[in-house]
Design a protein around this ligand. Structure first.
Ligand SMILES: Cc1ncc(COP(=O)(O)O)c(C=O)c1O
Length: 368
């Protein structure tokens, strides 16, 4: 049996023909750049997240860079984020000209350890950048309290957590800005690179509107320094077709995760802790074991498309050489060595879940 990580055709469902027909019309009519398809999707996505505004950009990375710039964060400013995240979070802070300050991960949640946040705050700290990693929302109540008491801004990296909630409120709507990626691997996926910055702050939205279009206000009136990072119209059309199904997909992901948790409960495996006030959207389903590399090989040999996310901690990446030292973030380092993602897709059948769980069991029980 082969258990795939992605099933792209399934994501279109019965919408495929309608999308292809519309894209054909867009191609013929020349509706390529910031057309109605883009503003329609921006409006729908802002409504979904619960913010006043949304601006589509080229990627989640650019959404983060623009969010920081819009909030006036740059050289000399420190931004605190998770030591265990994808490279883009920390790269974006550097690309905005600011200094990333890392906080180690929590052993239970595999998210930034909020208890360590206050000690990382200095005179130069301007913002907190929590990452809702693997689809699990950070404890935003606590994070917002810490931010308010230290007069800090909050930018949420929600690239992996479209639709996740804390206390009924969607991630991306807590801080001054929320940043999403629609990379094809994500819970809400474009057919290429795409991203979104959401905010309820009109000034942030207006900055992003200009900064994504070479700083233009109207045509040929370049009022600030900007890049060229607009959400592509065809991607916006694809995303509009999928957004109405996102909640159902996330619920299906939670069902797959619950089945994995139940069937693997007695094995020597760690999973992300859960909390009753949250709605996890399981972008990834991570299991933790010191025998990670052996288990990965075992699963791959048996057709299960398991993968490691992410095997190399930020503080040891060549791109950040000289910034941090080995051993500085021990939990993040351990997670990089011990986490493995089991395939999780909304359309996974019982037989597929069963095959993955049975194969993991047979690894630990030596029954293969
Ligand atoms: C946590 C996190 N932050 C930021 C990004 C950047 O998104 P993108 O790949 O769209 O630039 C990603 C995704 O790839 C991510 O997983």
């Amino acid at each position: 049996m082969k258990i795939a990580r992605y099933n792209y055709p399934d994501q279109f469902g019965d919408q495929l023909d309608a999308v292809v027909d519309d894209v054909r019309q867009m191609l013929v009519a020349g509706r390529y750049i910031l057309s109605a398809e883009v503003s329609d999707f921006e409006q729908a996505f802002a409504g979904y997240v619960g913010t006043r505004f949304a601006k589509g950009v080229n990627s989640g990375t650019d959404a983060l860079v623009l969010a920081l710039a819009a909030l006036g964060i740059g050289p000399g400013d420190e931004v605190i984020t998770a030591a265990n995240t994808f490279n883009a979070t920390v790269a974006a802070i550097r690309l905005a000209g600011a200094t990333p300050v890392l906080v180690d991960a929590d052993e239970q949640s595999f998210l930034l350890d909020v208890k360590q946040l206050p000690a990382a705050i200095t005179q130069r700290t301007k913002a907190l950048l929590p990452v809702h990693l693997y689809g699990k929302p950070c404890p935003m109540g606590e994070i917002m309290r810490i931010a308010q008491s230290a007069s800090l801004l909050v930018v949420e990296d929600a690239a992996q957590a479209h639709g996740a909630k804390v206390d009924g409120k969607r991630v991306g709507s807590f801080g001054q800005a929320g940043c999403f990626s629609f990379h094809p691997s994500k819970n809400l996926a474009a057919a290429g690179d795409a991203g979104m910055l959401v905010t309820s702050d009109e000034a942030v939205d207006q900055f992003c509107q200009k900064a994504r279009s070479l700083g233009q206000e109207g045509q040929n009136n370049h009022v600030i320094l900007g890049g060229n990072t607009k959400l592509d119209a065809i991607q916006a059309r694809v995303l509009s077709a999928k957004l109405p199904r996102l909640d159902a997909w996330n619920a299906q992901r939670r069902q797959v995760a619950a089945a994995y948790r139940e069937r693997l409960a007695d094995l020597p495996l760690g999973c992300q802790s859960t909390s009753p006030d949250e709605e996890h959207v399981y972008h990834l389903f991570q299991v933790r074991t010191p025998r990670r590399d052996e288990l990965l090989t075992y699963l791959k040999e048996r057709g299960v498309d398991a993968v490691t996310r992410y095997p190399q901690p930020i503080h040891l990446q060549e791109a950040f050489a000289g910034c941090w030292k080995p051993g500085q973030f021990p939990v993040a380092e351990a997670l990089c060595n011990e986490l493995l993602c089991l395939p999780i897709r909304p359309d996974m059948g019982e037989d597929e879940i069963d095959y993955v769980a049975t194969t993991v069991r047979s690894f630990f029980e030596g029954t293969a």
